[in-house]
Design a protein. Sequence first.
Lengths: 239, 236
Amino acid sequence: MTSSHRLAEVFVELADTLVDEFDALDFLGTLTERSVELLPVVAAGVILRDRQGTLHVVASTNDAAQILELFELQNEEGPCLDCLKTGLPVVNLTELEAGRRWPRFTAAAQEAGFAGVHAIPLHLRSSVVGAMNIFCATSDPLTDADLSLGQALADVATIGLLQERAVRESGLLAGQLQRALNSRVVIEQAKGVLLASAGVDVDQAFGLMREYSRRTNRPLREIAAAVVARRLNARDLQP
Amino acid sequence: MRSTRQILAALSDAPGEDSLPAVLCRHCADDLGVDGAALILATEEGQQAVVGASTPLAETLENLQFEHGEGPSLLASATGESVFEPAFADRGPDRWPAFGRAAVDLGVASYYALPLLVGAIRLGSLGLHRTSPGGLDQERLAGAFSYSEAAVVVLLHLQSMNGSSSTLNPDLGDPLGYRAEIHQATGYLAVRASVGPTEALLLLRGHAFATGRPLLDVCRDVLAGTLEIPPPEGQI
């Protein structure tokens, strides 16, 4: 039985990581560890589906080859695959039912010491992008309280993934913006350099650089930077 | 006071004649009760483009900061920290001798600059000014931060719509284009004085300040070959 105090601590811990230097893998790793602490499970992992539909384990409390294989098997059959197909939690099957539905997987899981394996979906807007995979030593069903908590943890994982994607995209765009702004400045500076050193006017200067850029298949920005750094002069730019 | 989301919603509802940055600046000035708001893009080297302004004065104040190479917006985008000067009439000229005096002459009594941040990347700043002194109350302060966040979203959105990643979205272009001559003069003087571009710009600004002439005029003379600015004594 987990104290609600510890639960609150865990959520605050996870929320904090969303604000600071955010690292998705660290975050998901912490999430799986806390899941094992808060739920009656002995191992947990987060599985994401890539664009081709292949399942990849991105975080796991256990690096044992057996566990990793259990994740891998679920590309063929298992709770995660079903969970991703339906978007619904796949939980609390009896050993018999599990054996019938996923014979190979269930056998492998039992051999690894897991009598119960469950999957909780990660929803991103209207699609299911992955699942939280939890492994129990017994086949005792998870209680409603456990399932609620499991879903809450899965939802937090989803927020983390959204954050990661947003952060990455924003960073990329911001970088592009900065480079584009810089390019304009450098190109104008290069015109001035050619004006002073070669006696051409600004339009001729631009023309020279643009032609050179096309002939050598190098970006205009790069040519301009080389001109400003005096690595390229007007004579070099001549055809 | 509006949240970032409400600000963005209001922007997308606005009629489509002006650029998003210009509309954002107008909404910002109205909402926060300041006399002017301007949106500025900057890079590591401090190069700037004013991409939106609610009034001509707001735009002039930013261009002046570029001319003099100093000012609250420059400081905010360089450090990533907000720069608030509610007593600009007194303190402005102390903190920024050249810009401060020019801005006070134009009637600025308080100034607030907020950096535009994407993680560790400093994109530029949002500059607000009033012709009356005083700070922003809690509510307006929160509103100012919301506008700076909305500004980042707008800028990134415009960049993302640009397809080719190496050019600026036209809505982000420097509307005056006068800075082209300043950058050209920088390159020109770099050759003539045998210095790097950073020093060349400093020389140009220094000369403009010393002679009391606008930077653009100095640059035009340099480009025309009618003005020589030697490097300071002792420089190789």
